[in-house]
Structures are given as structure tokens and as C-alpha cells.
Design a binder for this molecule. Structure first.
Ligand code: PLP
Length: 392
């Protein structure tokens, strides 16, 4: 018996393979310092946990509306709108089990087979996987290193747009690079989307994971709300990765389509989890503030140690919880040619586990430097110092 042919086109989050290697190494009795997963080891704030407990005690354990409960849709519309300077109606919000399903909804609802979708590379691997799984053509656009980070190669991006291009996926505050767009870059992408009549998925998973300055949404630019879907998630800000709660903000007809897809898929996101989401947004904000302060201390420790190593240099992004150092020099120091060998050598010699650039899409022509991604959300400062001290 054969499996469906389309499964050949389904990708995966290869970072999970790194987790497996790290777990195996730990099972053999070695100390492991986990810099590989974008998960958070901090607990979800207590007021959110209590709101869920109360919701269960109150019997909110049955099915609920596929688009999300009105209380949460209203809270999200107000909060997301206020933080982006937009007016958003609750009927533009659909609730999903995490931010990741919004990528699936965007592709399923807005892309036909053979349509082309432009997506960031390096970038979150699920974009390419979903585009190809649903029969689209995944076309990666690239970034170029700048003095303080990375910038989208706008010339290349524009040159990729043709008659079959349907959408651009844009991840400002970017995983894995921690890259952040300037206002000019956001405007340039919006201008391309308007000129070529493209949908935009604005992946804003890290919009509020910011240590200084303020985030801006491409959806708030003139003419963009009608063609943009915002991906929002509770995972990072409230340390709720395992709760599975997120939402899409979209034009009304798109929201209706997303809700219909929800009916066909998960029916609804757990009611009691949604009630906890209302508390997360409307309740006491000291929890997420403390999470951010802790992550900032971890970022500083990680950046300081990485930059003190021979052959490694890294910019310190103002947002996300990733550092994406250029490790070409360090590999040369160790006489290692391939990134996977470098990561394995680091794990086995020091217990430090991290993803490399290769986990975020195939390297692009002309890319001649090697990078690794250090996620500092999963271990305390003392462990960061100990692990990176060994790596050094
Ligand atoms: N988008 C980006 C860029 C991410 O890094 C992640 C998670 O790491 C997600 C979306 C999805 O997060 P979740 O499904 O936990 O909300």
C-alpha cells in the first residue's frame, strides 16, 4: 500500500532533528546546553494558568465557534490594532491553535496550484513545506549582510515577481536571523505588493519580543490591510508555546474562509485555552514584562560570549530570541569545512547544541559565509555562560 504522493512534497521543521541528536547525547550521560529550539523554558504567567483552571472548573470544555470565541476575538482585535495603529474588527480575527496554522490557512485559502509564493531564505522552514505541499511553487528570496544585521535583497525580490506570483511571505523580526526591516524596506515591499497585486503574509510571531525601539506592521501601511494576513501568536510573549494559541488578522472574506477551513480541520481551538488567552491580553502584564527582561539578559550574555570567541562575530538584534553569528572564521580555526560537522563537533566536544543555516532553507547562489543560529530562550544565564564558556 502506497502513501499519498503529495507527502513527498511535505517538508518538516528540521530543528527537531537537532533536538533528537541533543537528547541522544544527553541520554548518554552528557551535559547538553540547548541553544537549538525556539522554545522558552520559563513558566506561563500564573494569572493565565489560573484563568484556564477557572474556565475548566466552569465547564468550558465543549466545542465553541470555529472562528474563535467572541471575547477573545474582541480582545485580539483591540490589542493587535492598538499596537499597530490599525482599526481591526473582531470579525477580521480568526483564532487558531498557534501561529503556525495561519501559514497553512494562508496558503490553502489564497494560493492555487502552480501559483508562485515568495518566501524568506534563510527563514522558517514551514513556509516552503506548506507552499509545496499544496502544489504551489516556492520561490526563496534572499538577505544580504549589513553592518548591523541583514537586509532583504530588494532587487532580487523584485526580479522574481512574474505573472504567476501570488503572494509574498514577509517575516519582519525574523527567525533565524533576528533581522528587522527598516521603514524603507517595509514600504518597498508594500509598494511591490500593491503594484503587482499580491497577497502578503506578515509573520509577526516576534512583534512583541522586542527589547528596545518599537515594532511596525506592514499591514498598517496605506492600502495594505486589504491584502495582508497578520500571523499573531501567544507562544513567545506569554511563554505559551505548548498551549497552542494564535490568530490571524485578515480582510473579512479571508477570515470567513479561514473559519470554514477550521470547521473542516480542528473544529475549534480549545475553549478554556481561549479564555486563558483573554486573561493574557486583558490581565496583568507583569508576567510578559518579566519574561522579556529575562530574555534580554540572556541575549546580552549570549552575544558577549559569542563575540569573545576566535573567528566569531555577531550583531545583537533588538528583537526575537535568536543570534545568527557568522561562524566561517571559527570553522577555519578548527579546520572544519561543513556546517553539520561543526555543529556535531561542538555538541560532542562541549555539549552546546545549535541549529545551522542549513536548517532554514537551501543556501542561495553566491552565499559564501557560514552561519549558525543560537536560540537563547531555553536556558538561564548561568547555563549560557557555562556552555558558551566551554565552546569558547
Ligand atoms: N513564525 C515564526 C517565524 C516562528 O519562528 C514560529 C515559531 O517558532 C512560528 C511562526 C509559529 O509559532 P507557534 O505556532 O508556536 O505560534
Amino acid at each position: 500500500m502506497e502513501l499519498a504522493g503529495r507527502l513527498d512534497r511535505l517538508g518538516t521543521e528540521t530543528a527537531f532533528a537537532v533536538s533528537q541528536a541533543a537528547a541522544q547525547w544527553a541520554a548518554q550521560g552528557h551535559q547538553v546546553y540547548p541553544f537549538h529550539l525556539g522554545d522558552i523554558d520559563l513558566p506561563t504567567p500564573q494569572n493565565i494558568v489560573e484563568a484556564m483552571d477557572k474556565a475548566i472548573a466552569d465547564g468550558l470544555t465543549g466545542y465553541c465557534p470555529a472562528a474563535g470565541i467572541p471575547l477573545l476575538r474582541e480582545a485580539l482585535a483591540d490589542d493587535i490594532g492598538a499596537k499597530r495603529g490599525m482599526t481591526i474588527g473582531p470579525d477580521q480575527v480568526t483564532v487558531h491553535p498557534g501561529g503556525k496554522p495561519v501559514i497553512n490557512r494562508f496558503i490553502q485559502a489564497l494560493m492555487d496550484p502552480a501559483d508562485e509564493v515568495l518566501y524568506p531564505n534563510p527563514g522558517y522552514p514551514i513556509y516552503e513545506s506548506q507552499i509545496e505541499y499544496f502544489g504551489g511553487v516556492a520561490r526563496p528570496y534572499r538577505y544580504i549582510p549589513t553592518d548591523d544585521g541583514f537586509a532583504i535583497d530588494l532587487g532580487q525580490l523584485e526580479s522574481m515577481i512574474g505573472p504567476k506570483t501570488k503572494a509574498i511571505i514577509f517575516n519582519d523580526l525574523q527567525n533565524p536571523m533576528g533581522a528587522e526591516s527598516t521603514e524603507a524596506e517595509r514600504r518597498a515591499i508594500a509598494e511591490l505588493a500593491l503594484r503587482h497585486n499580491l497577497w502578503v503574509l506578515s509573520d509577526e510571531a516576534y512583534f512583541e519580543m522586542r527589547y528596545s525601539g518599537s515594532s511596525h506592521s506592514i499591514a498598517a501601511l496605506p492600502g495594505m490591510a486589504e491584502r495582508t494576513v497578520i500571523l499573531y501568536t501567544f507562544s513567545k510573549k506569554f511563554a505559551m508555546t505548548g498551549w497552542r494559541l494564535g490568530c490571524a488578522v485578515a480582510p473579512r472574506k479571508v477570515s470567513e474562509a479561514f473559519a470554514k477551513l477550521n470547521i473542516n480541520d480542528e473544529s475549534c481551538t480549545a475553549h478554556f485555552v481561549q479564555r486563558a488567552g483573554v486573561e493574557a491580553i486583558r490581565g496583568d502584564q507583569s508576567g510578559p514584562r518579566a519574561i522579556l527582561a529575562e530574555l534580554e539578559a540572556r541575549r546580552d550574555a549570549t552575544a558577549e560570549l559569542l563575540n569573545s570567541m576566535a573567528g566569531i562575530s555577531v550583531a545583537k538584534p533588538n528583537a526575537t530570541f535568536y543570534l545568527f553569528p557568522d561562524v566561517t572564521g571559527a570553522m577555519a580555526v578548527k579546520g572544519i569545512k561543513e556546517l553539520p560537522d561543526f555543529a556535531t563537533e561542538a555538541l560532542h566536544a562541549t555539549g552546546v547544541s545549535f541549529c545551522t543555516r542549513l536548517h532554514f532553507g537551501r543556501p542561495q547562489p553566491g552565499e559564501d559565509r557560514s552561519h549558525a543560529r543560537f536560540a537563547y530562550s531555553g536556558l538561564p544565564v548561568a547555563d549560557i555562560q557555562e556552555g558558551l564558556g566551554r565552546l569558547k
